[in-house]
Design a protein around this ligand. Sequence first.
Ligand code: FAD
Length: 287
Amino acid sequence: MSQPAVSFEFFPPRNLDQSFRLWDTARALAPLAPDFVSVTYGAGGTTRQLTHEAVTALASHYGLNVAAHLTCVDATREQTLQIVADYAAAGVHEIVALRGDAPQGHERFTPHADGFASSVELIAAIAERGDMTIRCGTYPEPHPDSADSAADVAWLKRKVDAGASSAITQFFFDADTFFRFRDACAAAGIDAPILPGILPIQSWAGARRFAERCGTSVPQWAEEAFAGAGREGEAALALEVCVRLCEQLVAGGVDRLHFYTLNKPELVLKVCAALGIHPNGDLSDVA
Ligand code: FAD
């Protein structure tokens, strides 16, 4: 089986302890030579400055290709595009462009009066600059705001037409969920790469909560397996489940995997090792 390319999502640290954790995570995973790493943008834009600092530090210290997440929430168009301009000035040329979730105090996403109304508008505006690689999010199971899966496919087509050159999926448990979506996208004429978002399960309780929030269905087999494994068996099962999912994806033609690391490198390293992806180099020259 050929080895897939990998990429990693991090979140920006909010305190010194988390800073060390991000640093250790990047140091552990950088030798796997990821295609890119990405740094999330806190709900409601709450980590605007922290995301910028994490993105530029990762790019300059590790020489990583870093994609900065950016949402439309609670900001004017001008403010949002200024963030993109600041990244460009700092030498960062990849953005994961998202609509984002409902601003505080709202049940549904509500655009800022002078802000971007959708991810498509944001992508189109960034694309106009002509100097950014734009990635977007996508949903192999219906997003809570979408009528059905066909609506998510149609919306992804609009994002790609607006300028997104690849899409990263929400996490899912079964490889078939991804394959069905990938095939529907291909049938709709979407030729941009779709990277499966893989969540190594650091905690079953946490993964279930996260799934509920974002509309990922939890299959019966997973409920039963994790209930049966108990706390002592959870880590071994999480590794087995993640490796199996990745192997099935690769066997089905997937050539790149995007890992939601939660800034915890150990399980990701073990999964990658099982897939034959090993660290290749030392970091003695890291500044
Ligand atoms: P969109 O794809 O624009 O919308 C989601 C779905 O809603 C669409 O597929 C479509 O079916 C429907 N829809 C939305 N608008 C319209 C419209 N105008 N017309 C028709 N249909 C529409 N959140 C953060 O706050 N920070 C992050 O860093 C972050 N990173 C993420 C990374 C990835 C890879 C993913 C998948 C999600 C991430 N999120 C993040 C979560 C994301 O902000 C939420 O899922 C949000 O609700 C949708 O954002 P989006 O850009 O994916 O939405």
